[in-house]
Ligand binder design. Structure first.
Ligand code: CS2
Ligand code: MG
Length: 418
């Protein structure tokens, strides 16, 4: 596995510089947990990859530490494709969120090293700029329809052109997507918080929310909504049809995507665009949905989809079917993932939109970065690699804190999808 260049090979000196001499897993909790892989080469150039899997962070950390890092030492950091294949095929146990997140961390760190060594920002290595900035959507929410509409208004005032809207459901105590005051994405306690879910109540409320948002804010702003896998296919079809008059940019995760045929049912009844894939981790998870044109946007992003090497394949495949990217970008994906995703968004021809939630100030301080938000778009920087660093001394001040995502039950106690 340690490819030694043949003697007299022209790359010999350069490949010695590229030799991986160290790889370390850094776990930090500046407001929420993040796992980062730092790979260092003999030349001193290093690269960073995000390895965060919300609520299951230490599984990926151990996978990297115990099973991946020993394979990296001595390897040529320039052999990105070969390393990807080695880690994917070599594990024998393919795919799955833990494995693919670990592979992504290595892959992104190696692309970062390549960029730094070439003195080029990542988007230029991928093929150059297809656009100036990446359209992003923010997260507006409120405990009721009125509050959610005010929140959407605040996003529009800040220059956002696209906003995801979620609101509380009368009679449901804790609906998905409603902030408890701080930067949302929950993984709020050591053991999961139990929430109660009512589909009939939700199906009453969601169309009213979007009717109100169009009345209050007009048709220029793009509106998005996340069902978070909670409906059966026929319920999802009904919601997609009820939302049609309000012209959503997309309806996300309308039903769980294990049984992909069920999306045919939604399609049959509605032209509301569909987005799926934040929990997918390989091209094989979305192959049927894309080939059959059952979705319009694919959400699988760099950190959970095997890195740039694999997500590039996925995006190219999606392009053949006019499916566009709409990468997951909640706060549980670190700025390292966001930096890499933005370079990808700047290049990828079939770009749709990028999710963006503000990280906490502590997170931004631990991960200094050069991407900026302007007029509803995110712009990646021009520094070599993906442009995101880690302040290790500061990271060490925020030790890991075990946290899990909530769970949901129906009103009669049946376990449901959160
Ligand atoms: C959500 C995610 O952003 C989204 O669309 O579905 O925030 C998801 O709940 C979290 O990433 C889970 O960790
Ligand atoms: Mg989602």
């Amino acid at each position: 596995m340690n490819q030694k260049p043949e003697s007299g090979h022209p790359e010999q000196g350069a490949s010695r510089d590229r030799e991986i001499v160290d790889a370390r897993v850094i776990v930090t909790c500046p407001g929420r947990n993040f796992v980062t892989l730092k790979i260092e080469t003999r030349s001193g150039v290093y690269g960073l990859g995000d390895a965060t899997l919300n609520g299951r962070e230490l599984a990926v950390a151990a996978y990297l530490q115990e099973h991946v890092v020993p394979n990296l030492i001595g390897r040529d950091a320039g052999r990105i494709e070969d390393t990807w294949q080695f880690l994917y095929r070599g594990a024998y146990w393919r795919r799955g969120p833990v494995t693919m997140t670990a592979i992504a961390a290595v892959d992104v760190a190696l692309w970062d090293i390549l960029g730094k060594m070439a003195g080029l920002p990542l988007y230029r290595l991928l093929g150059g700029r297809s656009r100036e900035g990446a359209l992003v959507y923010g997260h507006a929410n409120g405990s009721d329809i009125g509050e959610a509409s005010e929140a959407v208004g605040r996003f529009i005032e800040q220059g956002f052109r696209a906003v995801r809207a979620q609101c509380g459901v009368p009679g449901v105590k804790k609906a998905y997507g409603i902030s408890s005051g701080r930067a949302y994405e929950p993984a709020e306690s050591e053991l999961p918080v139990e929430t109660v879910w009512s589909t009939p109540k939700y199906l009453e409320t969601a169309p009213k929310l979007f009717e109100r948002l169009r009345a209050d804010h007009g048709n220029d702003v793009e509106l998005l909504h996340d069902v978070h896998h909670r409906l059966t296919p026929i319920e999802a079809a009904r919601l997609a049809r009820d939302l049609e008059p309000h012209r959503l940019f997309w309806l996300e995760d309308a039903t769980p995507a294990e049984n992909q045929k069920s999306f045919e049912l939604i399609r049959k009844h509605s032209v509301t665009p569909l987005a799926v894939g934040e929990v997918f981790n390989s091209i094989w998870d979305c192959k049927h949905l894309i080939e059959q044109q059952l979705i319009d946007y694919i959400r699988t992003t760099i950190v959970h989809g095997g890195g740039i090497t694999h997500v590039r394949r996925l995006a190219d495949f999606a392009a053949l079917h006019q499916v566009r990217t709409g990468f997951h970008g909640a706060t549980d994906l670190s700025p390292v993932c966001m930096g890499a995703a933005l370079h990808f968004d700047t290049w990828v021809p079939n770009f749709g939109i990028q999710e963006y939630m503000f990280h906490s100030d502590e997170t931004d301080a631990v991960f200094p970065h050069d991407y900026v938000l302007r007029d509803g778009r995110l712009y990646c920087g021009e520094s070599p690699g993906h442009g995101v660093d880690i302040d290790e001394a500061l990271a060490a001040k925020f030790p890991y804190a075990p946290k899990q995502l909530p769970v949901a039950r129906l009103e009669d106690g049946t376990m449901w999808d959160w």
